[in-house]
Design a binder for this molecule. Structure first.
Ligand code: AHG
Ligand code: MN
Ligand code: MN
Length: 335
């Protein structure tokens, strides 16, 4: 029987392609794998462990935190800190970035940005949630505390990015800029195994994913694009299919496998969009491009946006190349 490669084996086999500090990035990816397993364990027993529901406070963005948001955040921070490969971390769940200031950490070369639990409104109803991560080389001087500038780098400087999806099976998908690979967790063995090698998003998709309840708030370009998706046209396989889970990770994952577009536009309720550039859009954009897809804010490439603040929001159009290009045409035409 053929044995699949484990994630650990894959990281080591492929570290020759890493642009820098090979062992350190491998160790960092391994610590993300470990934290992911811990979060997975908590999510699986959430209904029994009294960790469902609200934590009773709001995060910096005024969003209600769930108990699992807080728990996942703590598990990722402590696990990443223990391995000593990062000098700082920014999280959607914290006002400011964390500086790891002791000797071991301040010499480390990487910073991490995370959305520890994505789709948290879905936790209580047993629908897929995820974790999104993004890794950069620090730009400030080694040995000194990390600065805001280390976190406000454009997405095109990401060294690695990926997500875990805690779904009908748990998977870890990541890229180091050399294609996208997916690993499925075998809970009996406690390891991730390579199940999706060199993933490619279909160029032409048929699925559009958007919270259509916000239709009245959408810009004209998005309204017109949606109507176009719903028209009858055999040549282009329309009408398309609508699928929206409400967890970016799960919606992105489905579209990556099947072909589709995910849109969270700006609207009258969310003038800059809802999704966060650093924790959500940049890592997903890096994965989309590495899989042959596209990600933009409707007009320009997500990965080229220069971030101005840690919790910056941005409109997000991401998925199959042809679909994102078509949506951009509508954005351009109907301002
Ligand atoms: P988070 O749970 O990390 O705050 O992210 C929620 C995001 C994203 O996962 C999802 O696609 C989107 O919010 C859903 O928003 P709506 O409920 O407005 O559709
Ligand atoms: Mn999120
Ligand atoms: Mn989140």
């Amino acid at each position: 029987m053929r044995r699949h490669t484990t994630l650990g084996e894959f990281i080591i086999e492929n570290q020759k392609d890493f642009p820098y500090a090979k062992g350190e990035l491998s160790a960092l990816l391994s610590s993300i794998r470990l934290a992911g397993k811990m979060v997975n364990q908590e999510i699986n027993k959430a209904g029994l462990a009294e960790i469902l529901g609200k934590a009773g406070n709001e995060n910096v963005q005024g969003e209600e935190q769930m108990k699992l948001d807080v728990l996942a955040n703590e598990l990722f921070i402590s696990t990443l800190k223990n391995r000593g490969e990062i000098c700082g971390l920014g999280s959607e769940e914290m006002d400011d970035f964390v500086v790891f200031n002791d000797k071991i950490h301040s010499d480390a070369k990487y910073v991490v940005l995370i959305d520890p639990l994505d789709g948290s409104s879905n936790i209580d109803v047993n629908v897929s949630v995820g974790t999104i991560f993004s890794i950069y080389r620090r730009v400030s001087e080694a040995g000194k505390p990390v600065t805001l500038e280390d976190f406000l780098q454009p997405g095109n400087k990401q060294v690695a990015a990926g997500y875990l999806v805690y779904g009908s099976s748990t998977m870890l998908i990541y890229t180091t800029g050399n294609g996208v690979n997916g690993f499925t967790y075998d809970p009996g063995i406690g390891s991730f195994f390579l199940s999706h090698h060199k993933m490619q998003i279909p160029q032409k998709g048929k699925i559009y994913s958007i919270n259509e309840g916000n239709y009245v708030h959408f810009p004209d370009g998005v309204k017109k694009y949606l109507k176009w998706c719903q028209e009858l046209d055999e040549g282009s396989n329309r009408p398309y299919t609508s699928r929206y889970i409400g967890s970016l990770v799960a919606d992105f994952h489905r579209n990556l496998l099947k072909g589709g577009i995910y849109i969270y536009p700006k609207g009258t309720k969310a003038p800059k969009g809802k999704l966060r550039l650093l924790y959500e859009c940049n890592p997903m954009a890096f994965l989309a491009e590495q899989a042959g897809g596209k990600a933009s804010d409707g007009y320009q490439r997500i990965l080229d946006i220069i971030p101005e603040e840690l919790h910056q929001r941005v409109p997000f159009f991401c998925g199959s190349m042809n679909m994102v290009e078509k949506a951009e045409e509508f954005m351009d035409k109907f301002q």
